[in-house]
Unconditional design. Structure first.
Length: 128
């Protein structure tokens, strides 16, 4: 009698020696495939990053790009008329709410919001 007890679905099961050997080989094959999959995924992730169309940036380059965008934005703000510059200053330098800015200009909060939206679009197109 060559029967062996194996655990199947967390239950002990009595099987022949041949079946137990086959199940053990299957288990080893599955483990090997899992290891191979992990190695393959690691390698493919690395290759994907290196072949990626998006350029890898460096901190110095990022800082330079940020500074160039800020300079463009400052120049675009200088090109605005006095009232538009004052609106920008009150909202973003003085940290006033739209209601407070509206009181200064004698307009509603909604009018301030609309003007700011137009200014944002204008500045965005100048910077891009």
């Amino acid at each position: 009698m060559n029967d062996i007890v194996v655990i199947y679905n967390e239950e002990p099961v009595l099987v022949s020696r041949e079946v137990a050997d086959y199940l053990e080989e299957e288990r080893k094959r599955d483990q090997a495939e899992t290891r191979q999959d992990r190695r393959h995924l690691s390698k493919s992730e690395f290759e994907t990053v290196s072949d990626c169309a998006v350029p890898i940036r460096r901190p110095v380059e990022d800082a330079c790009i940020k500074n160039l965008r800020l300079e463009k934005l400052r120049n675009a703000v200088k090109q605005l008329d006095d009232q538009e510059q004052k609106l920008i200053d009150l909202r973003y330098k003085c940290y006033m709410t739209e209601e407070q800015v509206g009181e200064v200009f004698g307009i509603s909060r909604m009018a301030v919001s609309k003007r700011l939206k137009k200014l944002h679009e204008k500045l965005r197109s100048s910077v891009v």
